[in-house]
Each structure stands twice: as C-alpha cells, then as structure tokens.
Design a binder for this molecule. Sequence first.
Ligand code: URA
Length: 437
Amino acid sequence: MIPQQLIARKRDGHALSRQELEGLLNGYLQGDVGDDQMAAFLMAVYFEGLDDSELETLVDVMLRSGNVLARGRVAGPRVDKHSTGGVGDKVSIVLAPLAAEMGMVVPMMSGRSLGHTGGTLDKLESIPGFRTRVSLERFNTVLDSVGCAMVGQTDEIAPLDRRLYALRDVTATVPSLPLITASIMSKKLAESLDGLVLDVKVGSGAFLSRIEDARRLARAMVGVGRARGLAVTAVLSAMDRPLGMSVGNALEVREAVACLSGEGPDELRDLVVELAGEMALSAGLVLTLEEGRRRAGDVLAGGGALERFRRLVTAQGGTLRYSRDNYGLPVAPITKVVPANRGGLISRIDPRALGYGVIPMGGGRTRQDQDLDPSVGFELCVQVGDRVSRGDPLAIVHGASPDDLFVGARVLEDAVRIADRLAGDPLPLVLERVVSG
Ligand code: URA
C-alpha cells in the first residue's frame, strides 16, 4: 500500500476497496501512515464523501480497533444518547442521571470540544476532582452502582475514532457526513446497547446546518445501527441559537445542575424531557413517546435525578457543594455586563460565533494538547424574541483577564443582534424524528 496513491484516488473522486481502506486505516493505527497523510485523506473525504461500502468499512475498522464493552451485572435496558454537537448543549449531564433514575442503564461515552462546539467531557472536568478518564473496570463499577457512568473513550474503545476525532478538530474536517456517522456509531456500537437516541442538531451552530443534510446524517446513522441490529432513533433539534443561557464549561455545568434541581431554562428542560422520553420508548419502558415524556417530566420534578447525579459525581471522584450559588465550580475572576446598544427585538443569537468566542478566552482548543480554563464563557440575559431597551444587559462575559473581557464583549456585540423585527422564525426546538425499522 502506498498511502499517497490512495489519498490521490479519494481526492480524485474514486471509491477505495475494502482492502485498500482497511490498509490505510490500519497503517495509521500502526504508525506507518502519518498524521499529515491522514489529515490529507480526511480532507479528501470531506470533499468527496464515502460510498455505503466505504462507510461500512470505516465503521467496522473503527469498531474493531478496540473492544466492545461487556454488559456488566446491573439489570435494565442499556440505552445511550449522543449529540452531533452544538453550542450550549449540556443535555447529557442532565439526561444520563435522569434516564438512570427512570430505570435505564446508561454507559455514556462522550467527547471533548470539537471545532466551535463544546464537549461533555470538558464540561464535567470543570467539577473539581471529577475523573472522565477511568479504567474499564472502574467504569463498570460506577455503572453497576449508580446506573449511569459518564466517561471519555477509554483506550479500549474505538481508539481509531479517538485519534481521528482529535485530528479532525484541528484540520477543519469535522463537518463531513460519513466522518460524523462513523465516529458516533463506532463508539455507540462498542457500548453493547439495547437502544440509542441521537440528537441531530440543525441550524447555523450545527456541523451540518441545513435540514436536508441533518436528515441525511440522521438516516445514515440510523441505517448503520439497523444493519447491526441496534434500534436507533434520531431527533432533529434546533441549533440556530445556543441551547439554554450559558456557553462555557463550568457555566454550563451550573445550568445543568439547576435543571436537575427543577430550575433553569425551559428549552433545556424540554429537550431533556423529549430525549429521555425517546430513550424510555427505545428501551421498551413505555408504550408511547407521550408516556415517556410524562414519566421523564415527573422523575425530573421529583428530585430523584438530582440525587442520582450527586451519586455519579461522588463515584467519579468529583465534589460539588449544592448549597452554594456556584456549587463550588470554578468561577472566573472578572466579569463584564454587555449592554444593548439600541432598543428593539433580539432577532438572532449566533451560536457559532459564541462557540468560537470562548476559544480565545481559553475555554476551547486550537491545538489537540491544550488545557482549558473551565471558568470562562458567556451567560446570556436574553433570548431570541425578547424586547430590550438601550442599556439593558444582553449577557455577562466571564473572563480570566481584561483582554478576555474585551474580546468576549466584541464577540457578544456581533453574536447578539437587535432589530425591529425577527430575522426569520426561530426553528422549533424539535423538528422531526427518524426511526429505524
Ligand atoms: N460527535 C462525535 O462523537 N463525533 C463527531 O464526529 C461529531 C460529533
């Protein structure tokens, strides 16, 4: 195998045979194909795509690059949720303990920030002491005792995806339908699930912003699941605005804990309830989605999910102080309120601008090996459709330095638009669902 020949074939729009693609990917795993060559190949895939058979090979090699989780001792249907990536998306932090409290076993393996989107692992790691890198043994112990565990991909699970994910993040090759499909489905197939719910984001803050592309992505992932006997439901949800009122790691954990406590933004709660309802349906715990939603809403309101979350945090080494305003999460040393420079309607809040905006403040990465400052970010005071007067607060920038506040305020001034009327109707929170079968 000569890697550059295969890269050139893909670059020129040809399909690779199973043997060729396997050779290239395994060569990368073994160190015979370098990061530079793989980055070029990913860019070729970004432009030329993969056909069904190439996609199947990519999923297969990713999955077989590691192990498949054993099912553990705890009884109950194993169900997980994965999002295609959004801004302000802290759903998993609420959903995993909620689903566990509803009777599901949730072996959740999440990712780090990717491009302009945040990552559940980075958010969880803002909880002092919380460990997301644990051995498989520890993962199973937490799962057996708490009913849910939230970790990063262990070395044993789809290591090829882990390496490609990090490379895609810094080479602008994330927004590719087959690469997203293989990345998500290889990890999820390795979790030995009974059911999977995918939150496929639509809108300017999503990797694939147009609804037709999101629908194709949803169908591709559902199809890969179906071919391997996994029941998958995809929910297309709005990402033309950030989800909730905060963007930034510790700020988002704070909002997630508020949601578990029966507070926090309605949209976050509504999406959590929708996805928990879908999980319950795919697990066979309820007969209709309506019943699943109702049960999720009741359990969330009853406080059991918060208690489950407290156990999860402790089991994974973290400490939160629930009686404090910030739960003992890291707090940025300085903040700045950004006021409206005119009166009018909030016509748009650009999620992508806010997602990219936390990166220069240290809340996201430009290189694979960077540590993050968990305390920085944006706390919105307004939502799309709100009416404001000149001088009303639009948002609060949380920063580590005066420079951060300056940069953050500029980002907000561009991201939050005020006009005489809405720029268009905001997308409904849930647009449609795609179900296997
Ligand atoms: N989430 C993943 O796990 N992989 C992607 O490629 C995009 C979102």
